[in-house]
Design a protein around this ligand. Structure first.
Ligand SMILES: Cc1cc2nc3c(=O)[nH]c(=O)nc-3n(C[C@H](O)[C@H](O)[C@H](O)COP(=O)(O)OP(=O)(O)OC[C@H]3O[C@@H](n4cnc5c(N)ncnc54)[C@H](O)[C@@H]3O)c2cc1C
Length: 326
Protein backbone atom coordinates (compact mmCIF):
# COMPACT_ATOMS: atom_id res chain seq x y z
CA UNK A 1 0.00 0.00 0.00
CA UNK A 2 1.33 3.44 -0.92
CA UNK A 3 1.89 5.93 1.94
CA UNK A 4 -0.73 8.66 2.20
CA UNK A 5 -1.45 11.80 4.19
CA UNK A 6 -4.20 11.35 6.79
CA UNK A 7 -6.46 14.19 7.96
CA UNK A 8 -9.43 14.28 10.30
CA UNK A 9 -11.33 17.54 9.83
CA UNK A 10 -14.14 18.51 12.21
CA UNK A 11 -16.53 20.39 9.91
CA UNK A 12 -18.02 19.76 6.45
CA UNK A 13 -16.41 23.01 5.23
CA UNK A 14 -12.99 21.69 6.28
CA UNK A 15 -13.70 18.30 4.65
CA UNK A 16 -14.37 19.83 1.25
CA UNK A 17 -11.30 22.06 1.56
CA UNK A 18 -9.22 18.91 2.05
CA UNK A 19 -10.66 17.13 -1.00
CA UNK A 20 -9.06 17.65 -4.40
CA UNK A 21 -10.19 17.92 -7.99
CA UNK A 22 -9.07 14.34 -8.78
CA UNK A 23 -9.82 10.96 -7.20
CA UNK A 24 -6.06 10.39 -6.87
CA UNK A 25 -5.66 13.53 -4.73
CA UNK A 26 -7.94 12.48 -1.87
CA UNK A 27 -10.54 9.91 -0.84
CA UNK A 28 -13.16 10.11 1.88
CA UNK A 29 -13.08 7.58 4.72
CA UNK A 30 -16.30 6.87 6.62
CA UNK A 31 -16.63 3.42 8.27
CA UNK A 32 -13.80 2.14 6.07
CA UNK A 33 -15.36 -1.28 5.46
CA UNK A 34 -15.07 -0.80 1.69
CA UNK A 35 -12.35 1.83 1.38
CA UNK A 36 -9.74 -0.01 3.47
CA UNK A 37 -10.15 -3.11 1.29
CA UNK A 38 -9.59 -1.04 -1.83
CA UNK A 39 -6.46 0.54 -0.32
CA UNK A 40 -4.98 -2.72 0.95
CA UNK A 41 -5.68 -4.57 -2.27
CA UNK A 42 -4.02 -1.85 -4.35
CA UNK A 43 -7.14 -0.89 -6.30
CA UNK A 44 -6.75 2.76 -5.34
CA UNK A 45 -3.75 4.75 -4.11
CA UNK A 46 -4.87 8.27 -3.13
CA UNK A 47 -2.40 10.86 -1.85
CA UNK A 48 -4.67 11.76 1.07
CA UNK A 49 -7.36 10.11 3.20
CA UNK A 50 -9.98 12.46 4.64
CA UNK A 51 -11.66 10.87 7.66
CA UNK A 52 -15.27 12.04 7.99
CA UNK A 53 -15.68 10.62 11.47
CA UNK A 54 -14.32 13.78 13.09
CA UNK A 55 -17.37 15.73 11.86
CA UNK A 56 -19.71 15.70 14.85
CA UNK A 57 -23.06 16.49 13.23
CA UNK A 58 -23.20 13.96 10.37
CA UNK A 59 -24.58 10.95 12.28
CA UNK A 60 -28.30 11.34 13.06
CA UNK A 61 -31.77 9.99 12.34
CA UNK A 62 -34.60 12.55 12.42
CA UNK A 63 -38.25 12.03 11.58
CA UNK A 64 -41.26 14.32 11.48
CA UNK A 65 -44.58 13.83 9.63
CA UNK A 66 -44.03 17.13 7.84
CA UNK A 67 -40.42 16.71 6.79
CA UNK A 68 -40.11 12.94 6.59
CA UNK A 69 -36.97 11.00 7.42
CA UNK A 70 -33.50 12.52 7.44
CA UNK A 71 -30.39 10.40 7.76
CA UNK A 72 -26.99 11.96 8.34
CA UNK A 73 -24.38 10.35 6.07
CA UNK A 74 -22.50 8.87 9.04
CA UNK A 75 -25.54 7.05 10.46
CA UNK A 76 -24.64 3.39 10.75
CA UNK A 77 -26.61 0.59 9.09
CA UNK A 78 -27.18 -0.98 12.53
CA UNK A 79 -28.81 2.26 13.73
CA UNK A 80 -31.05 2.36 10.64
CA UNK A 81 -32.05 -1.30 10.98
CA UNK A 82 -33.03 -0.83 14.64
CA UNK A 83 -34.78 2.55 14.54
CA UNK A 84 -38.49 2.04 15.42
CA UNK A 85 -39.97 4.59 12.95
CA UNK A 86 -37.90 3.12 10.12
CA UNK A 87 -38.96 -0.41 11.00
CA UNK A 88 -42.64 0.62 11.08
CA UNK A 89 -42.95 3.23 8.33
CA UNK A 90 -39.97 2.42 6.05
CA UNK A 91 -39.90 -1.34 6.53
CA UNK A 92 -38.08 -2.09 3.27
CA UNK A 93 -35.23 0.21 4.33
CA UNK A 94 -34.91 -1.42 7.77
CA UNK A 95 -34.98 -4.86 6.13
CA UNK A 96 -32.39 -3.84 3.55
CA UNK A 97 -30.04 -2.39 6.19
CA UNK A 98 -30.53 -5.50 8.33
CA UNK A 99 -29.59 -7.72 5.36
CA UNK A 100 -26.17 -6.10 4.83
CA UNK A 101 -23.08 -8.10 5.77
CA UNK A 102 -22.61 -9.02 9.47
CA UNK A 103 -23.52 -7.29 12.77
CA UNK A 104 -19.88 -6.18 13.16
CA UNK A 105 -19.88 -4.54 9.72
CA UNK A 106 -23.32 -2.98 10.20
CA UNK A 107 -22.08 -1.40 13.45
CA UNK A 108 -19.37 0.45 11.50
CA UNK A 109 -20.64 0.82 7.93
CA UNK A 110 -22.40 4.13 7.27
CA UNK A 111 -25.32 4.86 4.98
CA UNK A 112 -23.22 7.39 3.01
CA UNK A 113 -20.54 4.76 2.47
CA UNK A 114 -23.13 2.12 1.59
CA UNK A 115 -24.45 4.29 -1.25
CA UNK A 116 -20.96 5.27 -2.45
CA UNK A 117 -19.25 1.85 -2.12
CA UNK A 118 -17.46 0.61 -5.20
CA UNK A 119 -18.46 -2.45 -7.26
CA UNK A 120 -17.60 -5.99 -6.13
CA UNK A 121 -16.82 -7.30 -9.64
CA UNK A 122 -13.85 -9.65 -9.23
CA UNK A 123 -12.09 -8.17 -12.26
CA UNK A 124 -12.41 -4.64 -10.84
CA UNK A 125 -11.21 -5.89 -7.42
CA UNK A 126 -8.16 -7.65 -8.84
CA UNK A 127 -5.07 -5.48 -8.49
CA UNK A 128 -3.49 -6.91 -11.63
CA UNK A 129 -6.48 -6.56 -13.96
CA UNK A 130 -6.88 -3.29 -15.85
CA UNK A 131 -10.53 -3.51 -16.73
CA UNK A 132 -12.62 -0.78 -18.34
CA UNK A 133 -13.34 0.82 -14.97
CA UNK A 134 -9.61 1.20 -14.33
CA UNK A 135 -8.90 2.70 -17.75
CA UNK A 136 -8.25 -0.64 -19.46
CA UNK A 137 -9.46 -1.73 -22.90
CA UNK A 138 -12.23 -4.26 -22.18
CA UNK A 139 -14.72 -5.62 -19.68
CA UNK A 140 -13.24 -9.01 -18.82
CA UNK A 141 -16.56 -10.23 -17.46
CA UNK A 142 -18.27 -10.00 -20.84
CA UNK A 143 -16.49 -13.07 -22.21
CA UNK A 144 -15.18 -14.30 -18.87
CA UNK A 145 -16.49 -15.35 -15.45
CA UNK A 146 -19.83 -13.57 -15.36
CA UNK A 147 -22.00 -15.62 -13.01
CA UNK A 148 -22.76 -12.60 -10.78
CA UNK A 149 -22.85 -9.88 -13.42
CA UNK A 150 -25.57 -7.74 -14.95
CA UNK A 151 -28.57 -9.03 -16.88
CA UNK A 152 -30.10 -5.57 -17.31
CA UNK A 153 -28.52 -2.24 -18.26
CA UNK A 154 -25.04 -3.70 -18.82
CA UNK A 155 -22.50 -2.58 -21.39
CA UNK A 156 -19.80 -1.80 -22.05
CA UNK A 157 -19.08 -2.81 -18.40
CA UNK A 158 -21.23 -5.43 -16.64
CA UNK A 159 -20.84 -4.73 -12.91
CA UNK A 160 -23.82 -4.98 -10.60
CA UNK A 161 -24.58 -2.29 -8.06
CA UNK A 162 -23.70 -3.66 -4.58
CA UNK A 163 -25.85 -1.67 -2.10
CA UNK A 164 -28.97 -3.21 -0.54
CA UNK A 165 -30.10 0.10 0.94
CA UNK A 166 -30.10 2.04 -2.36
CA UNK A 167 -33.00 0.11 -3.99
CA UNK A 168 -35.12 0.50 -0.85
CA UNK A 169 -34.36 4.22 -0.62
CA UNK A 170 -35.16 4.75 -4.32
CA UNK A 171 -38.45 2.88 -3.87
CA UNK A 172 -39.26 5.44 -1.13
CA UNK A 173 -38.31 8.38 -3.44
CA UNK A 174 -35.26 9.42 -1.39
CA UNK A 175 -32.92 12.28 -2.30
CA UNK A 176 -29.34 13.00 -1.29
CA UNK A 177 -27.75 16.29 -0.33
CA UNK A 178 -24.30 16.80 -1.82
CA UNK A 179 -21.87 19.50 -0.66
CA UNK A 180 -18.81 20.77 -2.52
CA UNK A 181 -16.77 23.98 -2.72
CA UNK A 182 -19.38 25.12 -5.28
CA UNK A 183 -22.24 24.85 -2.76
CA UNK A 184 -25.02 22.44 -1.94
CA UNK A 185 -27.23 20.43 -4.31
CA UNK A 186 -29.99 17.90 -3.80
CA UNK A 187 -30.32 14.99 -6.22
CA UNK A 188 -33.08 12.37 -6.33
CA UNK A 189 -31.36 9.09 -5.48
CA UNK A 190 -32.83 7.62 -8.66
CA UNK A 191 -30.62 10.06 -10.61
CA UNK A 192 -27.56 9.70 -8.34
CA UNK A 193 -26.35 6.42 -9.88
CA UNK A 194 -25.05 6.37 -13.46
CA UNK A 195 -24.82 3.47 -15.89
CA UNK A 196 -21.34 2.62 -17.25
CA UNK A 197 -22.58 3.80 -20.65
CA UNK A 198 -22.78 7.31 -19.10
CA UNK A 199 -19.76 7.23 -16.78
CA UNK A 200 -17.04 4.63 -16.56
CA UNK A 201 -14.62 5.80 -13.84
CA UNK A 202 -17.25 6.00 -11.07
CA UNK A 203 -20.82 4.88 -10.48
CA UNK A 204 -22.49 8.08 -9.24
CA UNK A 205 -22.81 11.76 -10.13
CA UNK A 206 -20.29 12.66 -7.38
CA UNK A 207 -17.19 14.62 -8.33
CA UNK A 208 -13.96 14.06 -6.37
CA UNK A 209 -14.48 17.17 -4.21
CA UNK A 210 -18.09 16.40 -3.29
CA UNK A 211 -19.53 14.60 -0.28
CA UNK A 212 -22.94 13.22 0.55
CA UNK A 213 -24.08 14.84 3.81
CA UNK A 214 -27.69 13.73 4.16
CA UNK A 215 -30.36 11.42 2.76
CA UNK A 216 -33.97 12.62 2.84
CA UNK A 217 -36.96 10.31 2.48
CA UNK A 218 -40.51 11.67 2.21
CA UNK A 219 -43.15 10.52 4.70
CA UNK A 220 -44.98 7.55 3.20
CA UNK A 221 -48.67 8.25 2.41
CA UNK A 222 -51.27 6.38 4.50
CA UNK A 223 -51.73 2.70 3.62
CA UNK A 224 -48.18 2.35 2.33
CA UNK A 225 -46.47 -0.98 2.91
CA UNK A 226 -43.03 -2.14 1.86
CA UNK A 227 -40.54 -4.95 1.86
CA UNK A 228 -37.01 -5.78 0.73
CA UNK A 229 -36.32 -9.35 -0.23
CA UNK A 230 -32.86 -10.62 -1.08
CA UNK A 231 -31.45 -13.87 -2.39
CA UNK A 232 -27.80 -14.53 -1.50
CA UNK A 233 -25.57 -17.58 -1.75
CA UNK A 234 -24.61 -17.57 1.95
CA UNK A 235 -27.37 -16.67 4.37
CA UNK A 236 -24.93 -15.70 7.14
CA UNK A 237 -23.66 -12.70 5.16
CA UNK A 238 -23.43 -11.97 1.47
CA UNK A 239 -24.17 -9.44 -1.22
CA UNK A 240 -27.46 -9.81 -3.10
CA UNK A 241 -27.38 -12.16 -6.06
CA UNK A 242 -30.82 -10.69 -6.67
CA UNK A 243 -33.01 -8.46 -4.51
CA UNK A 244 -36.23 -6.51 -4.80
CA UNK A 245 -37.57 -3.50 -2.90
CA UNK A 246 -41.32 -3.03 -3.21
CA UNK A 247 -43.23 -0.01 -1.86
CA UNK A 248 -46.97 -0.19 -2.47
CA UNK A 249 -49.97 1.96 -1.52
CA UNK A 250 -53.24 0.06 -1.27
CA UNK A 251 -56.88 1.09 -1.08
CA UNK A 252 -59.30 -1.76 -0.40
CA UNK A 253 -56.77 -4.26 -1.73
CA UNK A 254 -56.30 -2.29 -4.97
CA UNK A 255 -52.83 -1.00 -5.80
CA UNK A 256 -53.00 2.81 -6.01
CA UNK A 257 -49.27 3.28 -6.44
CA UNK A 258 -46.19 1.06 -6.44
CA UNK A 259 -42.44 1.32 -6.92
CA UNK A 260 -40.29 -1.73 -7.56
CA UNK A 261 -36.49 -1.45 -7.54
CA UNK A 262 -34.17 -4.40 -8.09
CA UNK A 263 -30.68 -5.11 -6.77
CA UNK A 264 -27.99 -7.46 -8.03
CA UNK A 265 -29.17 -7.39 -11.64
CA UNK A 266 -27.83 -4.14 -13.14
CA UNK A 267 -24.96 -1.64 -12.74
CA UNK A 268 -27.38 0.66 -10.90
CA UNK A 269 -30.36 -0.04 -8.64
CA UNK A 270 -32.84 -1.01 -11.37
CA UNK A 271 -36.33 0.45 -11.20
CA UNK A 272 -38.92 -1.55 -13.12
CA UNK A 273 -41.70 0.68 -14.51
CA UNK A 274 -42.82 -2.34 -16.55
CA UNK A 275 -43.58 -4.37 -13.40
CA UNK A 276 -45.15 -1.35 -11.68
CA UNK A 277 -47.50 -0.76 -14.66
CA UNK A 278 -48.85 -4.31 -14.41
CA UNK A 279 -49.91 -3.74 -10.77
CA UNK A 280 -51.20 -0.16 -10.81
CA UNK A 281 -54.97 0.21 -10.44
CA UNK A 282 -55.53 -3.52 -9.91
CA UNK A 283 -56.18 -5.88 -7.03
CA UNK A 284 -52.95 -7.72 -6.35
CA UNK A 285 -53.34 -11.48 -6.71
CA UNK A 286 -50.70 -14.21 -7.07
CA UNK A 287 -51.28 -14.34 -10.83
CA UNK A 288 -50.99 -10.54 -11.20
CA UNK A 289 -47.77 -10.64 -9.13
CA UNK A 290 -46.50 -13.34 -11.48
CA UNK A 291 -47.28 -11.14 -14.51
CA UNK A 292 -45.48 -8.19 -12.90
CA UNK A 293 -42.48 -10.37 -12.13
CA UNK A 294 -42.34 -11.52 -15.76
CA UNK A 295 -42.50 -7.91 -16.92
CA UNK A 296 -39.56 -7.05 -14.62
CA UNK A 297 -37.23 -9.37 -16.54
CA UNK A 298 -38.75 -9.10 -20.02
CA UNK A 299 -35.86 -6.96 -21.27
CA UNK A 300 -33.06 -8.92 -19.61
CA UNK A 301 -30.01 -9.89 -21.67
CA UNK A 302 -28.10 -12.50 -19.70
CA UNK A 303 -24.44 -13.30 -20.30
CA UNK A 304 -23.07 -16.83 -20.81
CA UNK A 305 -23.12 -17.81 -17.10
CA UNK A 306 -25.93 -15.80 -15.53
CA UNK A 307 -29.16 -16.79 -17.31
CA UNK A 308 -30.20 -18.37 -13.97
CA UNK A 309 -30.72 -14.82 -12.70
CA UNK A 310 -33.77 -14.36 -14.95
CA UNK A 311 -36.07 -16.93 -13.25
CA UNK A 312 -34.49 -16.08 -9.88
CA UNK A 313 -35.32 -12.39 -10.28
CA UNK A 314 -38.82 -13.31 -11.37
CA UNK A 315 -39.31 -15.45 -8.26
CA UNK A 316 -37.92 -12.79 -5.90
CA UNK A 317 -40.08 -10.03 -7.41
CA UNK A 318 -43.22 -12.16 -7.17
CA UNK A 319 -42.48 -13.15 -3.57
CA UNK A 320 -41.66 -9.57 -2.58
CA UNK A 321 -44.92 -8.25 -4.07
CA UNK A 322 -46.99 -10.92 -2.33
CA UNK A 323 -45.14 -10.45 0.98
CA UNK A 324 -45.79 -6.71 0.85
CA UNK A 325 -49.56 -7.11 0.47
CA UNK A 326 -49.98 -10.21 2.71
C1 LIG B 1 -17.70 -8.86 4.16
C2 LIG B 1 -18.56 -7.77 3.59
C3 LIG B 1 -19.88 -8.05 3.25
C4 LIG B 1 -20.70 -7.05 2.73
N1 LIG B 1 -21.99 -7.35 2.41
C5 LIG B 1 -22.80 -6.36 1.94
C6 LIG B 1 -24.16 -6.61 1.63
O1 LIG B 1 -24.67 -7.72 1.78
N2 LIG B 1 -24.92 -5.57 1.19
C7 LIG B 1 -24.42 -4.30 1.03
O2 LIG B 1 -25.16 -3.39 0.67
N3 LIG B 1 -23.12 -4.06 1.30
C8 LIG B 1 -22.33 -5.05 1.76
N4 LIG B 1 -21.02 -4.79 2.05
C9 LIG B 1 -20.51 -3.46 1.78
C10 LIG B 1 -20.69 -2.56 2.96
O3 LIG B 1 -22.05 -2.33 3.15
C11 LIG B 1 -20.01 -1.27 2.64
O4 LIG B 1 -18.63 -1.54 2.68
C12 LIG B 1 -20.34 -0.18 3.64
O5 LIG B 1 -21.70 0.12 3.66
C13 LIG B 1 -19.56 1.06 3.28
O6 LIG B 1 -19.75 2.01 4.31
P1 LIG B 1 -18.49 2.63 5.06
O7 LIG B 1 -19.02 3.67 5.96
O8 LIG B 1 -17.65 1.57 5.67
O9 LIG B 1 -17.76 3.29 3.82
P2 LIG B 1 -16.23 3.46 3.47
O10 LIG B 1 -15.60 2.15 3.26
O11 LIG B 1 -15.58 4.39 4.42
O12 LIG B 1 -16.39 4.21 2.08
C14 LIG B 1 -16.93 3.54 0.95
C15 LIG B 1 -16.80 4.44 -0.28
O13 LIG B 1 -17.71 5.53 -0.18
C16 LIG B 1 -17.02 6.78 -0.15
N5 LIG B 1 -17.76 7.56 0.85
C17 LIG B 1 -18.02 7.20 2.12
N6 LIG B 1 -18.82 8.11 2.70
C18 LIG B 1 -19.03 9.08 1.78
C19 LIG B 1 -19.79 10.29 1.79
N7 LIG B 1 -20.49 10.69 2.85
N8 LIG B 1 -19.79 11.06 0.66
C20 LIG B 1 -19.12 10.65 -0.44
N9 LIG B 1 -18.39 9.50 -0.51
C21 LIG B 1 -18.36 8.73 0.59
C22 LIG B 1 -15.59 6.45 0.22
O14 LIG B 1 -14.67 7.39 -0.31
C23 LIG B 1 -15.41 5.07 -0.42
O15 LIG B 1 -15.14 5.18 -1.79
C24 LIG B 1 -20.19 -5.75 2.57
C25 LIG B 1 -18.87 -5.46 2.93
C26 LIG B 1 -18.06 -6.45 3.44
C27 LIG B 1 -16.65 -6.10 3.82
Amino acid sequence: MRAFEYVKPTTVAEVIRELGRSWEAAKILAGGTDLLGELKEGIIAPQKIVNLKGVADLGYIRFSEKEGLKLGALTTLAEIAAYPVIRQRYTALAEAARSVATPQIRNIATIGGNLCQRPRCWYYRDENTRCLKKGGPICFAYNGENKFHAILGGGPCYIVHPSDCAPALIAFKASVTIVSPRGKRTVPLEEFFLLPSRRMDHETVLEPDEIVTEIQVPTPLPNTRSTYLKFRERDSFDFAVVGAAVVVRLRGGVCEDVRIVLSGVAPIPWRSPEAEAVLKGKKITPSLAEQAAKAAVAKSQPLAQNAYKVPLTQAIVKQAILKTVA
